[in-house]
Design a protein around this ligand. Structure first.
Ligand SMILES: Nc1ncnc2c1ncn2[C@@H]1O[C@H](COP(=O)(O)OP(=O)(O)OP(=O)(O)O)[C@@H](O)[C@H]1O
Ligand SMILES: [Mg+2]
Length: 232
């Protein structure tokens, strides 16, 4: 198991948000976390990242316990996080946005990112604030690669993107998977998750209520209706 999350409990003040979340990701596997608004999806990845510290449970990467490490230490260990807000520096160019994060020892350099996203290379001298939502998403993913992760966690990368761009994002995730990347994809869109994920988890009120192969979930209309409000 590449990344193991065991029995994670996280509080916001007195609110018990994550109530024993357990999940895992293999090397070169894509898992998706689904669930309604407020289910605790973002909190789960923030807890893994050390941004929302947990009171109980553990995060184990390649056998090493990294629970509640500082976010920059978690990143150094090889987990990167692409937030829903994308976090692109608006007054820096696309190239500069990559350059400031690039670590010398990284397996991924800036040219590799451009190979993965040929469209991005054409935009490299454009400022962050002049990029479209889809272009910013590609840049945010590119930036998460140049820190040399073995796991990337994406918070709703397809949000607000046109269907054609969502296809680009899906294709790119599958390319990364082929290279052995472990991917945690938080999604609202059931179909997007089913299209790329090997396995899916459904979170509801801070608890995992389903875990299984994508094919299993796509056949279970009752479950998707109950917990996601949609049917496949
Ligand atoms: N920093 C915080 N302080 C207090 N409550 C918070 C904080 N962050 C999130 N919450 C609350 O915790 C709950 C879970 O939030 P979370 O962001 O994990 O949900 P989510 O599943 O990602 O939802 P969405 O699909 O809307 O992004 C929500 O009720 C939210 O209001
Ligand atoms: Mg969220």
């Amino acid at each position: 198991m590449h990344l193991e999350i065991k029995n994670l409990h996280t509080y916001y003040g007195l609110v018990h948000m994550l109530k024993g979340v357990t999940l895992n990701v293999n090397e070169g596997e894509i898992i998706s976390i689904l669930g309604r608004n407020g289910a605790g999806k973002t909190t789960t990845i923030k807890s893994i990242m050390g941004l929302a510290p947990s009171s109980e449970g553990s995060v184990i990467l390649k056998g090493e316990e990294i629970t509640n490490f500082e976010p920059h230490e978690v990143a150094k260990k090889g987990i990167s996080f692409v937030p829903a807000s994308r976090g692109i520096f608006s007054t820096l160019t696309a190239y500069e946005n990559l350059k400031i994060f690039h670590l010398k020892h990284s397996k991924w350099n800036i040219d590799d990112v451009f190979k993965l996203f040929p469209k991005l290379e054409k935009l490299k001298f454009r400022n962050g604030n002049s990029l479209s939502g889809g272009e910013q998403q590609m840049l945010a993913i590119g930036r998460s690669l140049v820190i040399n992760p073995s796991v990337i966690m994406l918070d709703e990368p397809s949000q607000g993107l046109a269907p054609m761009i969502v296809e680009d994002v899906k294709e790119m995730l599958l390319k990364l998977k082929k290279e052995g990347m472990s991917i945690i994809l938080v999604e609202q869109n059931l179909q997007t998750a089913l299209d790329v994920a090997d396995r899916v988890y459904i979170l509801d009120q801070g608890e995992i209520v389903f875990e299984g192969k994508s094919q299993e979930l796509s056949k279970n209309k009752k479950l998707t209706l109950k917990f996601l409000g949609v049917s496949t």
